[in-house]
Design a protein around this ligand. Structure first.
Ligand code: SAM
Length: 279
């Protein structure tokens, strides 16, 4: 039985329809309204499971206004299930304003556990899962992405990003520039679907692996980056830029000594980088 005046947060499959839970189906069947990111998309899921519940659109562009309407319905005793196109609502998906409004006015919010791409990817990535940071979608432009990678470059936690296939090549290039070729990166693609691929190698190798066959980046993608380890041969972009500039006027060794002092990086690592990239 569902409770009255309750908002249920209901995750839906991220590919494999078999991943819907019995509890999710039961809630979707019994609530008065399903608030959905895309009613046509969710309609297909509901008809697959023979669920006739009324749907109402709640997406990024109308969420604040629709949240007020839904809160009023909840206050009159109706119950509502919130779903997104796939996975867990609110995780890079709409729902935040609705949940916040409900909690502000004392409406019960009941979350159901279920599919979520970042957790599914992390669980099979082979990267440390004791501490991680979910960073959502990367900025669409190269400058924004490089700034983001610079910001998180020395974060010791596993970093998780969502990315779209048409940007992934440029994203990996930006990542390579900022984080260097040695950082371990895992690409988790098409999870729970026919072409599911989980591939983890140092970033330099991953860029080559992707360029060998563009099919390897088709579909939906989660990117996971190993966290920074103290003592790792990490070179900030500012340091490589500085050594490149100084090496135009000075012998490489001198340029390296000055830059290593300025940016507190290892001389050997910087020198090796200089030999590979500047000579
Ligand atoms: N709310 C969803 C969740 O719980 O994971 C995420 C929604 S977000 C709009 C969509 C992004 O999630 C995709 O661009 C992709 O990065 C990731 N994603 C969703 N399904 C996926 C799948 N089956 N395999 C890999 N990544 C997936």
């Amino acid at each position: 039985m569902v409770d009255v005046s309750t908002l249920y947060i209901v995750p839906t499959p991220i590919g494999n329809l078999g991943d819907i839970t019995r509890r999710a189906l039961s809630i979707l069947q019994q609530v008065d309204i399903i608030a959905a990111e895309d009613t046509r998309y969710t309609g297909r899921l509901l008809s697959h499971f023979g669920i006739m519940t009324r749907t109402l659109a709640l997406h990024d562009h109308n969420e604040r206004q629709k949240a007020n309407i839904l809160v009023k319905k909840l206050m009159t005793g109706q119950n509502i299930a919130l779903v997104s196109d796939a996975g867990t609502p609110l995780i890079s998906d709409p729902g935040y304003h609705l949940v916040t409004r409900c909690r502000q006015v004392g409406i019960k919010v009941v979350p159901l556990p279920g599919p979520c791409a970042l957790i599914t990817a992390l669980s099979a990535s082979g990267l440390p899962s004791d501490r991680f940071s979910f960073e959502g979608f990367l900025p669409p432009r190269s400058k924004g992405r490089k700034d983001k990678f610079t910001e998180v470059a020395q974060d010791p936690r596993t970093l998780i990003f969502y990315e779209s296939p048409h940007r992934i090549i440029n994203t990996l290039d930006d990542m390579l520039e900022v984080l260097g070729s040695e950082r371990m990166v895992v690409i988790a693609r098409e999870l729970t679907k026919t072409y599911e691929t989980i591939h983890g190698v140092p970033l330099g190798e991953l860029v080559e692996w992707v360029s060998e066959d563009r099919n390897r980046i088709r579909g939906e993608i989660v990117l996971l980056i190993a966290g920074y380890r103290a003592g790792e041969d990490y070179l900030p972009l500012e340091a490589t830029n500085a050594v490149a500039l100084l090496a135009k006027e000075l012998p490489l060794k001198k340029a390296v000594i000055i830059t290593a002092k300025l940016f507190n990086v290892k001389k050997n690592t910087l020198y090796k980088w200089g030999l590979e990239n500047l000579q």
